[in-house]
Every structure is written in structure tokens, then in C-alpha cells.
Design a protein around this ligand. Structure first.
Ligand SMILES: Cc1ncc(COP(=O)(O)O)c(C=O)c1O
Length: 464
């Protein structure tokens, strides 16, 4: 850092420096440089403050991760202690550190019973890269090396590395960098509103799961290695599948003997009102990716929970698994992960979501569904989506080029609320520590922003 302290810089200073040097993720660099970044300088509980001193309700938990809220002493102390004690040592070459060993034990305790082993990574994307290599290695070891193909879904998000973005089903990501890599195929997502016309949700859930079986038949059952999905699609727009979907996916995976992978990067550690989203959805995965909520985002950490079916093969027949990261099992990250999971347990956050704020959010969203701009409102635990529509009676969408979601998002920022826009779908994932009174505050802010957006699009003539 140069001699000018953080406090001495103005917002304009920060923006100029940012534009000069910092290429942001998922950002139009030139457009941001012209506009200037929003600079967040501190946070406490569920609130952020920007460099102009405005307080903002963080209804996205940072980026779906700050589940325990900002400023938790026990996480800060755990990191500080570990930094003094042993800031780094690797887990290669037959070594280990106490925090990594203890976190592995605690993860085995809080995850479903089929999980007793973990492979650590630095992020969700690295976790999913690990999944691709591990799944293929598993089938190699079983003498079925031709089983290479992993089935995923369109509009899924599994990260931004080559394998993560390939597993993901985001067309805009595939359009850059020659993706997907070979051996990854996609079926349509279980989005009832888009693909389930004329069917009940439950009927559609079975149809959408059936697309997996169709794909297995098309690729050849002896070539399919695994299916991967987010229990609830997060970045795709908080798309909650019908209740029939995951049990049917499980049945199909069992029928063909293919591995089931649950990407729990968002849905892990209580977000759905269960420890893991697969438990909410009635699936029994062989592998789970995690990141974000494992440390509540205080420090990067991710990984893969390896079910006994896969672990036994890797351990007993595997020899060396030629895969790993410098920061696999980073002691400071693992110390924070331990403190974070213990805090989730002490505060009873999974139960708080299941019994208190999750149902409260569902009730509030059922009321927001009456708003003239809202065509559909959905929640799952502490995740919510509002689909903005032009004509409520007919459910007609706005032309996408109007970017009504971005208009709404602009009002949210001005009113001190972070609510994300995925097209015209407005999504939230508030911290799990949010109290009932704070949730009321969030819903009141959302309602106000919807009213402002309605007035705004009306005066632009977009409702005609
Ligand atoms: C379901 C899911 N998987 C993987 C990732 C990638 O995680 P990371 O950004 O930590 O690499 C994300 C990120 O949002 C995610 O939502």
C-alpha cells in the first residue's frame, strides 16, 4: 500500500484507480471504467457501507456466501490464531495440518451419512474440476474407461474454470474460449415456467427428469459417467425444481448405475433449511461440491465430499490420484471453516431457516406475487425469485432488450438494497442470520423498489 490511507481516498479516487488497473470478473471492462465501480468499504451483520457512507442491505450475502453475516468474532479470531500458529503448510507429500484434519472430521459429521471423506480445493470451480477428474478416474479404476460423459443442464452454473464453465450450461460462457470441453453434454433445465406449459409442476418434474434418461440413451448407457446438478439453480435465477424432479433423477441414476453429483456451492450449509440442498430435494448424491458457505466467504475454501462408493474405489484400488492444489486444506481457511460450521451449529441457523425465516420469506413472497409487476414468486429456504412481467394477467415478458431487471436493480441500489437481476428475474439470498424484523425490512425495501420500477417503466411507456 502506498502512503495514502484508505480513509483519505475519495470515491472518485477509488474509481479512477480501479478503472486503471482492475479487470473485474464477469464485467464489461470498458463500460465499468466509464461508469465507475461501486466501492464497498466495510460491513457489519447484514449491512454493507459504500465509500460514500451509504448503508446497503446485503440481500445477496456477498455472493451467496456470507451466511453468518459480517463481523463474526469467532471466525476472525480463528483466522488470526491460525495465522500466528501456522499460516501455511501444504497437504502434499504425506503431510497434514490440524485444522484440515479437524475440518474433514466435522464435514463428515454435518454432511449426509454416505460422506466420510473430503478432497479440499480453493473454490467451487476448483471443486468441480476435481469432480470431473475424480468421476473419470473412478470409472477407469473400475475398468470402464469409456464412461467419460457427464450430463449437466442448460442454464446451470458450476463455475468459471474450463471444466466448471463446461459443466455449466451458460450459453454466453460457452461462446468464449471454445467450451464445453469434450465429454460434457447438457439437457434442458427443470424450469416449469419456461418449459412446463400445460403440465402441473409435478408432472413437469417427471418429464424434465426423463430428459436425463433420453440423454443416457442417446449417448449410450455404458458411456455415461455422472449427472451433475444444483439442487436449486442459483446463478441461473433461483429456479426451484418441482418436488418430483430430484427423486426421479435419483431413480434414473440408480437404474443406470451412474454417479450423482450435487453441486452444493450455494445450497450447502443451511441455505435451504437443511444442511445440504440434496436433503431438501430427496436425493442421495455420490459426490457433493461445496465452497462459499463453508467459511461464510470470510476466506476462500472449497472442495468435494466423496461418498463411500467412490472413496472406497479411490482408496483401495487407486494408487496415486494425480490431482491437487497448493491450497488444498489451507490451514487458515480450514480454521475459519471449523469456526464457521461451529457457529452455524451454535446459532441453530439451519433450524432458524427451516422454522423461522424460510417460512417467513415464503409468506412474504406469496404476498409480493400479488404485485402488478410480478408474474411469479418462488422461494426455497433463504433464496427467493421474483419474475417481472409486462402483463400480469397473461404472464407476458418484457422485451429482453429493455433490461427491466437492470432498471429494477438500479432502483434497489439507490434505495440501499442489493437484489440481483438475472434477466427480468430478481433474486435474493439473504444471510442466514437475518432476523424476522430484518427480513420485514428487506421485504419492505423490495416492495418499494418494485413500486418505483413499476412507475418508472410505466412512465417510459413500456407497459403499453
Ligand atoms: C452452484 C455453483 N457451483 C460452483 C460455483 C463456482 O464457485 P467459485 O466462484 O467459488 O469458483 C458457483 C459460484 O457461484 C455456484 O453457484
Amino acid at each position: 500500500m502506498n502512503d495514502q490511507s484508505t480513509r483519505a481516498r475519495t470515491t472518485a479516487d477509488w474509481q479512477a484507480l480501479d478503472a486503471a488497473h482492475f479487470l473485474h470478473p464477469f464485467t464489461d471492462f470498458d463500460a465499468l471504467a466509464k461508469k465507475g465501480a461501486r466501492v464497498i468499504t466495510r460491513a457489519e451483520g447484514i449491512y454493507l457501507w459504500d465509500s460514500d457512507g451509504h448503508r446497503i442491505f446485503d440481500a445477496m450475502s456477498g455472493l451467496w456466501c456470507v451466511n453468518v453475516g459480517y463481523g463474526q468474532r469467532s471466525l476472525i479470531d480463528a483466522a488470526t490464531r491460525q495465522l500466528h500458529e501456522l499460516p501455511f503448510y501444504n497437504a502434499f507429500f504425506q503431510t497434514a495440518t490440524p485444522p484440515a484434519i479437524e475440518l474433514a472430521e466435522l464435514l463428515a459429521e454435518v454432511t449426509p451419512p454416505q460422506f466420510r471423506h473430503v478432497f479440499f480445493a480453493g473454490s467451487g470451480s476448483e471443486g468441480n474440476d476435481t469432480i470431473v477428474r475424480m468421476v473419470r478416474r473412478y470409472w477407469d479404476l473400475l475398468g470402464e474407461p469409456e464412461r467419460q460423459v457427464i450430463v449437466s443442464r442448460r442454464n446451470a452454473y458450476h463455475g468459471s474454470t474450463m471444466a466448471g464453465a463446461s459443466l455449466g450450461g451458460m450459453a454466453a460462457m460457452h461462446a468464449q474460449g471454445g467450451l464445453p470441453i469434450p465429454g460434457i453434454v447438457h439437457i434442458e433445465q427443470p424450469f416449469w415456467r419456461e418449459h412446463g406449459q400445460g403440465m402441473t409442476r409435478d408432472e413437469f418434474g417427471l418429464v424434465a427428469a426423463g430428459w436425463l434418461e433420453d440423454m443416457i440413451q442417446r449417448v449410450g448407457p455404458d458411456k455415461v459417467a455422472a449427472f451433475i446438478g444444483e439442487p436449486v439453480q442459483g446463478a441461473g435465477g433461483v429456479i426451484v425444481p418441482p418436488a418430483t424432479y430430484w427423486p426421479e433423477i435419483q431413480r434414473i441414476c440408480d437404474k443406470y448405475g451412474i454417479l450423482l453429483v450435487s453441486d452444493e456451492v450455494i445450497t450447502g450449509f443451511g441455505r435451504t433449511g437443511h444442511w445440504f440442498g440434496c436433503e431438501a430435494m430427496g436425493a442421495r448424491p455420490d459426490l457433493m461440491t461445496f465452497a462459499k458457505g463453508v467459511t461464510s466467504g470470510y476466506i476462500p475454501l472449497g472442495g468435494v465430499m466423496v461418498g463411500e462408493r467412490v472413496a472406497r474405489v479411490l482408496i483401495e484400488r487407486g494408487g496415486e490420484f494425480n490431482h491437487g492444489y497448493t491450497y488444498s486444506g489451507h490451514p487458515v481457511a480450514c480454521a475459519v471453516g471449523l469456526a464457521n460450521i461451529r457457529l452455524v451449529q451454535q446459532l441453530g441457523l439451519v433450524e432458524h431457516v427451516r422454522d423461522v425465516v424460510g417460512p417467513q420469506l415464503a409468506r412474504a413472497y406469496a404476498e409480493l406475487a400479488q404485485h402488478p409487476l410480478v408474474g411469479e414468486a418462488e422461494t426455497c429456504g433463504m433464496m427467493g425469485a421474483l419474475q417481472l412481467v409486462k402483463d400480469k394477467a397473461r404472464g407476458t415478458a418484457f422485451p429482453s432488450e429493455l433490461e427491466v431487471g437492470m432498471v429494477c436493480r438500479g432502483h434497489c441500489f439507490r434505495e440501499g438494497l442489493i437484489m440481483r437481476a438475472v434477466g427480468d428475474r430478481m433474486i435474493v439470498a439473504p444471510p442466514l442470520v437475518t432476523t424476522p424484523a430484518q427480513l420485514d425490512e428487506m421485504v419492505a425495501l423490495i416492495r418499494r423498489c418494485l413500486d418505483l420500477t413499476l412507475h418508472d417503466v410505466g412512465s417510459r411507456g413500456w407497459l403499453a
